[in-house]
Design a protein around this ligand. Structure first.
Ligand SMILES: [Zn+2]
Length: 88
């Protein structure tokens, strides 16, 4: 079955260049742009928020419509996260 993960994906941005990236950032760790060396600042948490059974970012390609409740639910879950309907 699905097991919830505590890893949280963040969108990180370099303030001067505006370059962005994604990482499972941890507190008190400094992240730097691999090309410019700029320090990256977390600017957003990426859905789904931790803890979640889904590990896929909430982009259209990672979602599907539940045939019972018609909500958008993550493709990597065995059951609809809203109504519990098995999805396979
Ligand atoms: Zn559903």
């Amino acid at each position: 079955m699905d097991s919830a993960t505590s890893e949280q994906l963040y969108r990180l941005r370099a303030p001067v260049s505006g370059r962005e990236g994604f990482a499972q950032a941890e507190q008190d760790v400094v992240y730097r742009d691999a090309e410019t060396g700029e320090e990256l600042e977390p600017v957003a948490q990426v859905l789904p928020l931790s803890p979640s059974a889904s590990r896929l970012p909430r982009t259209p390609v990672n979602l599907r419509v539940c045939r019972r409740c018609e909500q958008l639910t993550a493709r990597d879950l065995a059951t609809c996260e809203f109504c519990g309907l098995p999805l396979n």
